[in-house]
Design a protein around this ligand. Sequence first.
Ligand code: SF4
Length: 511
Amino acid sequence: MGASLDLAALRARTEPVDAPVNLAATRQDGLGCHSGKETMARAAAAAGMGETLDALKRDYPAGPHDQPQSMCPAFGALRVGLRMRRTATILSGSACCVYGLTFTSHFYGARRTVGYVPFNSETLVTGKLFEDIRDAVRATADPALHDAVVVINLCVPTASGVPLRLLPREIDGVRIIGIDVPGFGVPTHAEAKDVLAGAMLRVARSEAEQGPVAAPRQGRDGRPTVSLLGEMFPADPIQIGALLEPLGLAAGPVVPTREWRELYAALDSAAVAAIHPFYTASLREFEAAGRPAVASAPVGFDGTAAWLDAVGEACAVARPAVEAAKNRFLPAIRGALAANPIRGRITLTGYEGSELLVARLLVESGAEVPYVGTACPRTRFSEVDRDWLEARGCRVQFRASLEQDLAAVEDVRPDLAIGTTPVVQKAKERAIPALYFTNLISARPLMSVAGAGSLAQVVNGAMAQAARFAAMRDFFAGIGEAHAAGIWEEVPQKRAAPKRMPAATPIGETA
Ligand code: SF4
């Protein structure tokens, strides 16, 4: 956990505020994931957060079932804040949630302080928590150190109506960005990234509308840019930049950005590429700034050709320039795909938002992909990829549950299951080779020529392990399963089913 704030000292010079706090929400200990989504949502609505929850529902629609199984959604927003230079991030929530979130962020190499404003029943009930948050923000908003302070309301403060909207918009030039990211309102951590990115873009847009703003750190070369929406492998923006060059365009910043001033540069683009299609709040800001959005991404031969056409149209590039770009890159992409074939049946599941792009690349490499499950929602920007995949016999499941992903592995019996941890675990139990999507697939280039051959080595290598998996399954058959599960000092014995108790004899009767 990061450095703690001297709240006791700060409290001494705090004047009370009449923040509307929902007392009923605090009367029981431990409102959290386990309290049930409905309980939390009812408490939040009663505490005056109905509008916030409605906005989240509109941006991140649930269904076909309620919520995919995933990590605490707030992790997405926390990670975006922690990755930005000169940005402080403060959590407001239950200690157990904050412990888990800070643990996970440091596990993923945050190397940054996570601020925390703790609370108890009293500070929550009296509105003191809001005062504590406000004091923490004041203590943190040092313009010599920070461009922005992000405050994230977790489940309990959101359900209790702790009103971050009443925080000052800025202190000494440091922007204060308060967001509610409750697990009962934001379905996935992927979408929580958009909650923060969208909130920041909104502030940056209003600053840019009011007057001059900071220029990009590396300056401008005069070419119009295409901003890129969604986190991606570091080589991908470079590949995209090379693709855009014959069009007279350059790659703009990747959103979520790594620095506040990049937000202005992102909004100052000719168009935005919705590489990850679920950034609904961010896309709304680009739309408000008059920037057209382009769906999908330059993956594989078809994807790159269609993407160049779409970017050319959005940025009013002359046709010959678009054709020149296609002539330059498409043969190389075709060559890379042909030189790195993938033969086999693969199921793919994930929660990052790039699942459909990876599936397209696998199909173009020669793989059969009968199922793609993604925890992310279906949006108008995912339609191009969905149509392309479905036309090639792939079932695309948005908001996929773990059960649906596991059922697909059982039904399809793939040569390789690419997926989340529980999917990979299940597949390996069945002696089906499996790869973690996040660690092994997301950590590779996907775009343009570099992406075209990048998956074959790891995918083919994994599929080649099928015989070893079968040998291991046979060798370990029956060990650690059913009655033998657990740790035993002696060889575990299968016991007969317990005998049924004889029916009790009523008092006063004899057997
Ligand atoms: S903040 Fe995250 S971990 Fe905490 S109760 Fe909400 S969803 Fe669960």
